[in-house]
Design a protein around this ligand. Structure first.
Ligand SMILES: NC(=O)c1ccc[n+]([C@@H]2O[C@H](COP(=O)([O-])OP(=O)(O)OC[C@H]3O[C@@H](n4cnc5c(N)ncnc54)[C@H](O)[C@@H]3O)[C@@H](O)[C@H]2O)c1
Length: 429
Protein backbone atom coordinates (compact mmCIF):
# COMPACT_ATOMS: atom_id res chain seq x y z
CA UNK A 1 0.00 0.00 0.00
CA UNK A 2 1.07 3.62 -0.43
CA UNK A 3 0.43 5.66 2.68
CA UNK A 4 1.37 9.08 4.08
CA UNK A 5 2.21 10.39 7.54
CA UNK A 6 1.81 14.00 8.55
CA UNK A 7 4.43 14.69 11.22
CA UNK A 8 7.79 13.06 11.85
CA UNK A 9 7.93 13.17 15.65
CA UNK A 10 8.03 10.24 18.08
CA UNK A 11 4.76 8.84 16.68
CA UNK A 12 4.88 9.80 12.99
CA UNK A 13 8.46 8.83 12.26
CA UNK A 14 8.40 5.53 14.14
CA UNK A 15 5.07 4.42 12.64
CA UNK A 16 6.10 5.51 9.15
CA UNK A 17 9.39 3.62 9.44
CA UNK A 18 7.74 0.42 10.62
CA UNK A 19 5.05 0.49 7.92
CA UNK A 20 7.83 1.03 5.34
CA UNK A 21 9.76 -1.89 6.80
CA UNK A 22 6.65 -4.04 6.37
CA UNK A 23 6.84 -3.38 2.62
CA UNK A 24 4.61 -0.34 2.12
CA UNK A 25 5.62 2.82 0.28
CA UNK A 26 5.46 5.50 2.94
CA UNK A 27 5.60 9.25 2.44
CA UNK A 28 6.29 11.53 5.38
CA UNK A 29 5.22 15.14 4.97
CA UNK A 30 7.00 17.72 7.12
CA UNK A 31 6.97 21.48 7.27
CA UNK A 32 10.63 22.34 8.03
CA UNK A 33 12.88 22.23 4.93
CA UNK A 34 16.05 21.58 6.93
CA UNK A 35 14.58 18.62 8.82
CA UNK A 36 13.17 17.09 5.63
CA UNK A 37 16.54 17.42 3.87
CA UNK A 38 18.24 15.77 6.88
CA UNK A 39 15.68 12.97 7.00
CA UNK A 40 16.27 12.21 3.32
CA UNK A 41 19.92 11.62 4.29
CA UNK A 42 18.93 9.43 7.25
CA UNK A 43 19.62 12.09 9.90
CA UNK A 44 16.95 11.44 12.53
CA UNK A 45 15.75 14.43 14.60
CA UNK A 46 14.72 12.41 17.68
CA UNK A 47 16.40 9.76 19.81
CA UNK A 48 14.59 6.43 19.75
CA UNK A 49 16.58 3.19 20.21
CA UNK A 50 16.85 1.20 16.97
CA UNK A 51 15.01 3.76 14.84
CA UNK A 52 17.94 5.11 12.84
CA UNK A 53 19.01 1.70 11.55
CA UNK A 54 15.52 0.69 10.34
CA UNK A 55 14.85 4.15 8.90
CA UNK A 56 18.14 4.18 6.94
CA UNK A 57 17.43 0.71 5.52
CA UNK A 58 14.04 1.85 4.24
CA UNK A 59 15.26 5.20 2.94
CA UNK A 60 17.86 3.30 0.93
CA UNK A 61 15.19 0.95 -0.40
CA UNK A 62 13.09 4.02 -1.39
CA UNK A 63 10.16 2.78 0.67
CA UNK A 64 10.48 5.66 3.19
CA UNK A 65 10.22 9.02 1.44
CA UNK A 66 10.24 12.55 2.82
CA UNK A 67 8.73 15.67 1.32
CA UNK A 68 7.34 19.12 2.02
CA UNK A 69 4.89 18.82 -0.89
CA UNK A 70 1.41 17.47 -0.31
CA UNK A 71 0.83 16.99 -4.03
CA UNK A 72 3.66 14.47 -4.22
CA UNK A 73 2.28 12.22 -1.49
CA UNK A 74 -1.45 12.63 -0.90
CA UNK A 75 -2.94 11.77 -4.33
CA UNK A 76 -0.99 8.50 -4.42
CA UNK A 77 -1.96 7.40 -0.90
CA UNK A 78 -4.71 5.02 0.17
CA UNK A 79 -4.32 6.01 3.81
CA UNK A 80 -3.17 9.36 5.21
CA UNK A 81 -2.28 9.40 8.91
CA UNK A 82 -2.33 12.63 10.89
CA UNK A 83 0.41 12.33 13.55
CA UNK A 84 1.16 15.96 14.40
CA UNK A 85 1.41 17.39 17.91
CA UNK A 86 -1.63 18.27 20.04
CA UNK A 87 -0.02 20.27 22.86
CA UNK A 88 -2.02 21.62 25.80
CA UNK A 89 -3.44 25.15 25.71
CA UNK A 90 -3.30 27.31 28.85
CA UNK A 91 -6.77 26.11 29.88
CA UNK A 92 -5.74 22.43 29.60
CA UNK A 93 -7.66 21.76 26.35
CA UNK A 94 -5.76 20.07 23.51
CA UNK A 95 -4.57 22.57 20.89
CA UNK A 96 -5.91 21.16 17.62
CA UNK A 97 -4.79 23.97 15.34
CA UNK A 98 -2.05 21.92 13.60
CA UNK A 99 -4.40 18.95 13.16
CA UNK A 100 -7.00 21.16 11.44
CA UNK A 101 -4.35 23.00 9.41
CA UNK A 102 -2.98 19.77 7.93
CA UNK A 103 -6.49 18.32 7.45
CA UNK A 104 -7.31 21.28 5.20
CA UNK A 105 -4.20 20.73 3.10
CA UNK A 106 -4.75 16.96 2.89
CA UNK A 107 -8.33 17.53 1.68
CA UNK A 108 -7.20 19.70 -1.23
CA UNK A 109 -4.97 16.98 -2.68
CA UNK A 110 -7.16 13.88 -2.30
CA UNK A 111 -7.56 11.73 -5.37
CA UNK A 112 -9.65 8.56 -5.73
CA UNK A 113 -10.65 6.93 -2.41
CA UNK A 114 -8.59 7.74 0.72
CA UNK A 115 -8.86 6.99 4.42
CA UNK A 116 -7.86 10.01 6.50
CA UNK A 117 -6.91 8.47 9.85
CA UNK A 118 -5.89 10.36 12.99
CA UNK A 119 -3.09 8.97 15.15
CA UNK A 120 -2.64 12.15 17.18
CA UNK A 121 -4.40 12.09 20.55
CA UNK A 122 -7.53 14.19 20.00
CA UNK A 123 -10.72 14.82 22.01
CA UNK A 124 -13.96 13.08 21.11
CA UNK A 125 -15.57 14.86 18.19
CA UNK A 126 -12.33 15.99 16.55
CA UNK A 127 -12.51 13.50 13.68
CA UNK A 128 -16.02 14.74 12.87
CA UNK A 129 -14.54 18.25 12.52
CA UNK A 130 -11.74 16.85 10.35
CA UNK A 131 -14.44 15.31 8.15
CA UNK A 132 -16.17 18.69 7.74
CA UNK A 133 -12.87 20.40 6.90
CA UNK A 134 -11.83 17.79 4.33
CA UNK A 135 -15.33 17.72 2.86
CA UNK A 136 -15.27 21.49 2.40
CA UNK A 137 -12.05 21.50 0.34
CA UNK A 138 -11.84 18.12 -1.40
CA UNK A 139 -11.89 17.87 -5.22
CA UNK A 140 -15.32 16.78 -6.42
CA UNK A 141 -14.17 13.40 -7.70
CA UNK A 142 -12.29 12.44 -4.57
CA UNK A 143 -13.93 10.18 -2.00
CA UNK A 144 -12.77 9.73 1.55
CA UNK A 145 -13.58 8.32 4.97
CA UNK A 146 -12.26 9.41 8.32
CA UNK A 147 -10.90 7.06 10.99
CA UNK A 148 -9.44 7.23 14.48
CA UNK A 149 -6.40 5.01 15.01
CA UNK A 150 -4.94 6.22 18.33
CA UNK A 151 -1.32 5.44 19.09
CA UNK A 152 -0.12 3.68 22.25
CA UNK A 153 3.64 3.38 21.68
CA UNK A 154 6.01 4.20 24.52
CA UNK A 155 9.04 6.35 23.80
CA UNK A 156 12.17 4.28 24.36
CA UNK A 157 10.38 1.08 23.26
CA UNK A 158 8.57 2.55 20.29
CA UNK A 159 9.85 0.11 17.65
CA UNK A 160 8.81 -3.04 19.47
CA UNK A 161 5.57 -1.40 20.64
CA UNK A 162 4.67 -0.58 17.04
CA UNK A 163 5.38 -4.10 15.87
CA UNK A 164 3.80 -5.87 18.86
CA UNK A 165 1.27 -3.50 20.46
CA UNK A 166 -1.10 -4.82 23.16
CA UNK A 167 -3.92 -3.75 20.85
CA UNK A 168 -4.59 -1.83 17.65
CA UNK A 169 -7.67 0.35 17.98
CA UNK A 170 -9.43 1.15 14.72
CA UNK A 171 -12.43 3.47 14.88
CA UNK A 172 -14.35 3.85 11.63
CA UNK A 173 -17.83 4.61 10.31
CA UNK A 174 -17.73 2.64 7.05
CA UNK A 175 -16.89 -0.96 6.14
CA UNK A 176 -14.60 0.24 3.37
CA UNK A 177 -12.38 2.29 5.70
CA UNK A 178 -12.32 -0.53 8.25
CA UNK A 179 -11.22 -3.13 5.67
CA UNK A 180 -8.45 -0.86 4.30
CA UNK A 181 -7.06 -0.27 7.83
CA UNK A 182 -7.41 -3.92 8.88
CA UNK A 183 -5.51 -4.93 5.73
CA UNK A 184 -2.74 -2.40 6.46
CA UNK A 185 -2.35 -3.64 10.05
CA UNK A 186 -2.45 -7.38 9.17
CA UNK A 187 1.32 -7.95 9.58
CA UNK A 188 1.23 -6.38 13.03
CA UNK A 189 1.04 -8.90 15.80
CA UNK A 190 -1.84 -7.64 17.90
CA UNK A 191 -5.36 -7.81 19.18
CA UNK A 192 -7.62 -5.61 17.05
CA UNK A 193 -10.32 -3.46 18.63
CA UNK A 194 -12.70 -2.47 15.85
CA UNK A 195 -15.04 0.21 17.05
CA UNK A 196 -16.65 3.59 16.37
CA UNK A 197 -14.70 6.80 15.92
CA UNK A 198 -15.90 8.38 19.18
CA UNK A 199 -15.04 5.26 21.18
CA UNK A 200 -11.56 5.07 19.66
CA UNK A 201 -10.95 8.73 20.51
CA UNK A 202 -12.04 8.16 24.11
CA UNK A 203 -10.05 4.90 24.53
CA UNK A 204 -6.76 6.78 24.18
CA UNK A 205 -7.56 9.36 26.88
CA UNK A 206 -9.05 6.74 29.20
CA UNK A 207 -5.94 4.55 28.86
CA UNK A 208 -3.49 7.36 29.63
CA UNK A 209 -5.60 8.76 32.46
CA UNK A 210 -5.79 5.32 34.05
CA UNK A 211 -2.01 4.80 33.85
CA UNK A 212 -1.40 8.25 35.33
CA UNK A 213 -3.85 7.35 38.11
CA UNK A 214 -1.86 4.18 38.88
CA UNK A 215 1.33 6.24 39.23
CA UNK A 216 -0.27 8.85 41.47
CA UNK A 217 -1.88 6.12 43.56
CA UNK A 218 1.59 4.55 44.02
CA UNK A 219 3.04 7.90 45.04
CA UNK A 220 0.26 8.51 47.58
CA UNK A 221 0.90 5.05 49.10
CA UNK A 222 4.64 5.85 49.11
CA UNK A 223 4.03 9.08 51.01
CA UNK A 224 1.93 7.30 53.64
CA UNK A 225 4.39 4.40 53.87
CA UNK A 226 7.24 6.76 54.68
CA UNK A 227 5.23 8.30 57.51
CA UNK A 228 3.99 5.01 58.93
CA UNK A 229 7.19 2.99 58.55
CA UNK A 230 5.88 0.63 55.84
CA UNK A 231 7.88 -0.24 52.72
CA UNK A 232 5.83 1.00 49.75
CA UNK A 233 7.80 -1.14 47.29
CA UNK A 234 6.71 -4.32 49.07
CA UNK A 235 3.19 -3.00 49.54
CA UNK A 236 2.78 -2.21 45.84
CA UNK A 237 4.48 -5.42 44.72
CA UNK A 238 1.96 -7.38 46.75
CA UNK A 239 -0.95 -5.28 45.47
CA UNK A 240 0.22 -5.77 41.88
CA UNK A 241 0.28 -9.55 42.26
CA UNK A 242 -3.51 -9.43 42.28
CA UNK A 243 -4.48 -10.23 38.68
CA UNK A 244 -7.24 -7.64 38.83
CA UNK A 245 -4.60 -4.94 39.42
CA UNK A 246 -1.38 -6.02 37.63
CA UNK A 247 2.10 -4.90 38.58
CA UNK A 248 2.91 -2.40 35.79
CA UNK A 249 3.07 1.29 36.74
CA UNK A 250 2.83 0.57 40.46
CA UNK A 251 6.18 2.02 41.39
CA UNK A 252 6.63 5.20 43.39
CA UNK A 253 9.06 7.87 42.25
CA UNK A 254 9.55 11.48 41.32
CA UNK A 255 6.24 11.76 39.44
CA UNK A 256 5.15 11.32 35.84
CA UNK A 257 6.07 13.69 33.02
CA UNK A 258 6.47 13.51 29.27
CA UNK A 259 4.44 14.67 26.34
CA UNK A 260 1.42 12.46 27.02
CA UNK A 261 0.30 11.81 30.61
CA UNK A 262 0.30 15.42 31.91
CA UNK A 263 -1.27 16.74 28.70
CA UNK A 264 -3.85 13.98 28.28
CA UNK A 265 -4.96 14.10 31.92
CA UNK A 266 -5.43 17.87 31.53
CA UNK A 267 -7.31 17.40 28.26
CA UNK A 268 -9.67 14.79 29.71
CA UNK A 269 -10.46 17.10 32.64
CA UNK A 270 -11.20 19.83 30.06
CA UNK A 271 -13.34 17.49 27.90
CA UNK A 272 -15.33 16.54 31.03
CA UNK A 273 -15.78 20.21 31.97
CA UNK A 274 -17.17 21.01 28.51
CA UNK A 275 -19.83 18.39 29.23
CA UNK A 276 -20.52 19.71 32.76
CA UNK A 277 -18.74 16.84 34.49
CA UNK A 278 -16.20 17.66 37.18
CA UNK A 279 -13.54 14.91 36.84
CA UNK A 280 -12.41 15.24 40.49
CA UNK A 281 -10.48 11.95 40.43
CA UNK A 282 -8.14 13.23 37.70
CA UNK A 283 -7.68 16.58 39.41
CA UNK A 284 -6.32 14.69 42.41
CA UNK A 285 -4.10 12.59 40.12
CA UNK A 286 -2.52 15.86 38.92
CA UNK A 287 -2.21 17.20 42.44
CA UNK A 288 -0.55 14.03 43.76
CA UNK A 289 1.86 14.12 40.84
CA UNK A 290 2.94 17.63 41.75
CA UNK A 291 3.31 16.50 45.38
CA UNK A 292 5.57 13.64 44.20
CA UNK A 293 7.94 16.12 42.52
CA UNK A 294 7.71 18.54 45.44
CA UNK A 295 8.43 15.73 47.88
CA UNK A 296 11.85 15.22 46.22
CA UNK A 297 12.55 18.94 46.70
CA UNK A 298 11.38 18.85 50.33
CA UNK A 299 13.60 15.84 51.08
CA UNK A 300 16.55 17.52 49.35
CA UNK A 301 16.08 20.63 51.48
CA UNK A 302 15.91 18.52 54.64
CA UNK A 303 19.08 16.64 53.72
CA UNK A 304 20.99 19.78 52.79
CA UNK A 305 19.98 21.92 55.75
CA UNK A 306 20.79 25.34 54.33
CA UNK A 307 20.40 25.07 50.54
CA UNK A 308 22.01 28.40 49.59
CA UNK A 309 25.43 27.81 48.04
CA UNK A 310 25.21 24.00 48.18
CA UNK A 311 25.94 21.89 45.10
CA UNK A 312 23.36 19.34 43.96
CA UNK A 313 24.08 16.71 41.31
CA UNK A 314 21.19 15.50 39.15
CA UNK A 315 21.42 12.08 37.50
CA UNK A 316 18.91 11.79 34.67
CA UNK A 317 17.00 14.62 33.01
CA UNK A 318 14.63 13.10 30.43
CA UNK A 319 11.10 12.37 31.67
CA UNK A 320 11.91 8.65 31.55
CA UNK A 321 14.85 6.46 30.44
CA UNK A 322 15.71 5.70 26.80
CA UNK A 323 14.39 8.95 25.38
CA UNK A 324 15.66 12.48 24.78
CA UNK A 325 12.17 13.88 25.45
CA UNK A 326 12.28 16.63 28.08
CA UNK A 327 8.63 17.69 27.82
CA UNK A 328 7.18 18.13 31.35
CA UNK A 329 10.15 16.20 32.81
CA UNK A 330 10.12 16.13 36.65
CA UNK A 331 13.83 17.11 36.52
CA UNK A 332 12.80 20.59 35.29
CA UNK A 333 10.56 21.14 38.33
CA UNK A 334 13.17 19.82 40.77
CA UNK A 335 16.06 21.81 39.27
CA UNK A 336 14.13 25.06 39.17
CA UNK A 337 12.84 24.64 42.77
CA UNK A 338 16.36 23.99 44.10
CA UNK A 339 17.86 26.86 42.10
CA UNK A 340 15.26 29.19 43.63
CA UNK A 341 16.60 28.17 47.06
CA UNK A 342 20.14 29.07 45.94
CA UNK A 343 21.54 25.62 45.03
CA UNK A 344 24.14 25.18 42.29
CA UNK A 345 23.08 22.40 39.91
CA UNK A 346 25.36 19.94 38.09
CA UNK A 347 23.67 17.43 35.82
CA UNK A 348 24.27 14.42 33.61
CA UNK A 349 21.95 12.52 31.28
CA UNK A 350 23.10 9.97 28.67
CA UNK A 351 20.95 11.42 25.85
CA UNK A 352 18.74 14.35 26.86
CA UNK A 353 21.32 17.04 27.72
CA UNK A 354 21.04 18.91 24.41
CA UNK A 355 17.27 19.24 24.84
CA UNK A 356 17.67 20.04 28.56
CA UNK A 357 20.06 22.91 27.77
CA UNK A 358 17.26 24.67 25.88
CA UNK A 359 14.88 24.44 28.85
CA UNK A 360 17.15 25.30 31.79
CA UNK A 361 19.58 28.02 32.75
CA UNK A 362 22.51 28.09 35.15
CA UNK A 363 22.97 24.30 35.07
CA UNK A 364 26.45 22.81 34.58
CA UNK A 365 26.19 19.80 32.28
CA UNK A 366 28.83 17.08 32.67
CA UNK A 367 29.83 14.18 30.49
CA UNK A 368 29.36 11.36 33.00
CA UNK A 369 27.86 10.49 36.40
CA UNK A 370 31.17 10.70 38.29
CA UNK A 371 31.83 14.22 37.02
CA UNK A 372 28.29 15.21 37.96
CA UNK A 373 28.85 13.85 41.50
CA UNK A 374 32.19 15.66 41.98
CA UNK A 375 32.13 18.02 44.99
CA UNK A 376 28.36 17.66 45.43
CA UNK A 377 26.59 17.99 48.76
CA UNK A 378 23.73 15.88 47.47
CA UNK A 379 23.09 13.61 44.50
CA UNK A 380 19.54 13.04 43.23
CA UNK A 381 18.58 10.24 40.82
CA UNK A 382 15.66 11.66 38.84
CA UNK A 383 15.54 9.30 35.83
CA UNK A 384 16.27 5.58 36.11
CA UNK A 385 18.62 5.14 33.13
CA UNK A 386 20.11 1.62 33.17
CA UNK A 387 23.67 2.96 33.25
CA UNK A 388 23.01 4.46 36.72
CA UNK A 389 22.10 1.07 38.19
CA UNK A 390 25.63 -0.33 37.96
CA UNK A 391 27.63 2.76 38.96
CA UNK A 392 30.65 2.27 41.18
CA UNK A 393 29.04 3.72 44.30
CA UNK A 394 32.36 3.70 46.21
CA UNK A 395 33.83 5.91 43.49
CA UNK A 396 30.74 8.12 43.44
CA UNK A 397 31.03 8.56 47.19
CA UNK A 398 34.70 9.47 46.97
CA UNK A 399 33.93 12.17 44.38
CA UNK A 400 31.28 13.86 46.52
CA UNK A 401 31.82 16.51 49.14
CA UNK A 402 29.08 14.98 51.29
CA UNK A 403 27.91 11.47 50.44
CA UNK A 404 24.16 12.07 50.49
CA UNK A 405 22.05 10.15 47.99
CA UNK A 406 18.41 10.82 47.18
CA UNK A 407 17.26 7.94 45.04
CA UNK A 408 14.14 9.35 43.38
CA UNK A 409 13.51 6.12 41.45
CA UNK A 410 14.49 3.50 44.04
CA UNK A 411 17.21 1.96 41.85
CA UNK A 412 19.72 1.25 44.62
CA UNK A 413 19.67 -1.19 47.51
CA UNK A 414 19.34 1.08 50.59
CA UNK A 415 21.37 -1.34 52.75
CA UNK A 416 24.25 -1.45 50.29
CA UNK A 417 24.25 2.33 49.85
CA UNK A 418 24.33 2.82 53.61
CA UNK A 419 27.13 0.22 54.02
CA UNK A 420 29.23 2.17 51.52
CA UNK A 421 28.73 5.23 53.69
CA UNK A 422 25.95 7.16 51.98
CA UNK A 423 23.19 8.89 53.80
CA UNK A 424 20.44 7.36 51.68
CA UNK A 425 16.80 8.21 51.04
CA UNK A 426 14.52 6.54 48.53
CA UNK A 427 10.82 7.08 47.82
CA UNK A 428 8.29 5.26 50.00
CA UNK A 429 10.73 3.27 52.13
N1 LIG B 1 5.16 10.64 22.13
C1 LIG B 1 4.44 9.61 22.50
O1 LIG B 1 4.91 8.72 23.23
C2 LIG B 1 3.01 9.47 22.02
C3 LIG B 1 2.37 8.23 22.19
C4 LIG B 1 1.06 8.11 21.74
C5 LIG B 1 0.40 9.20 21.18
N2 LIG B 1 1.03 10.39 21.07
C6 LIG B 1 0.30 11.50 20.44
O2 LIG B 1 0.71 11.58 19.08
C7 LIG B 1 0.76 12.96 18.65
C8 LIG B 1 2.16 13.30 18.18
O3 LIG B 1 3.03 13.13 19.28
P1 LIG B 1 4.62 13.17 19.12
O4 LIG B 1 5.19 12.84 20.45
O5 LIG B 1 5.00 12.37 17.92
O6 LIG B 1 4.83 14.72 18.84
P2 LIG B 1 6.15 15.43 18.29
O7 LIG B 1 6.10 16.80 18.84
O8 LIG B 1 7.33 14.56 18.52
O9 LIG B 1 5.89 15.47 16.73
C9 LIG B 1 4.96 16.32 16.12
C10 LIG B 1 5.28 16.42 14.65
O10 LIG B 1 4.36 17.29 14.03
C11 LIG B 1 5.07 18.04 13.07
N3 LIG B 1 4.33 19.24 12.67
C12 LIG B 1 4.06 20.32 13.42
N4 LIG B 1 3.41 21.25 12.67
C13 LIG B 1 3.28 20.71 11.44
C14 LIG B 1 2.72 21.17 10.24
N5 LIG B 1 2.12 22.36 10.15
N6 LIG B 1 2.77 20.37 9.15
C15 LIG B 1 3.35 19.15 9.22
N7 LIG B 1 3.90 18.66 10.34
C16 LIG B 1 3.86 19.44 11.42
C17 LIG B 1 6.37 18.36 13.77
O11 LIG B 1 7.35 18.76 12.88
C18 LIG B 1 6.67 17.00 14.39
O12 LIG B 1 7.33 16.19 13.47
C19 LIG B 1 0.28 13.78 19.85
O13 LIG B 1 -1.09 13.97 19.73
C20 LIG B 1 0.57 12.86 21.02
O14 LIG B 1 -0.26 13.11 22.12
C21 LIG B 1 2.35 10.54 21.46
Amino acid sequence: MTITFLGHGYVGLVSATIFADLGNTVWVIGHTPEKIENLKKGIIPIYEPGLEEVAKRNIKAKRLLFTLDYDKAIPASEVVFIAVGTPPKDNGEADLSIVFEVAKKIGQYLDGYTVVATKSTVPVGTNRKIKEIVESVRPRKAKFDIASVPEFLREGQAISDTLNPDRVVIGTETKEARSVLVELHKPINSFGVLTTIETAEMIKYAANAFLATKISFSNAIAYLSEITGADALHVLEAVGLDKRVGSAFLSPGAGFGGSCFPKDVKALIAIAKQHDYEFSLLKVVEEVNKQAMQSIVTKAKKMLGKVEGKTVGILGLSFKPDTDDMREAPSLYIISALQKEGAKIKAYDPIAMENAKKLTSGVTFLSNSYEAAKDCDLLIVVTEWNEFRQLDLEKMKSEMKNPVLLDGRNIYDPKKAKQIGFTYFGVGR
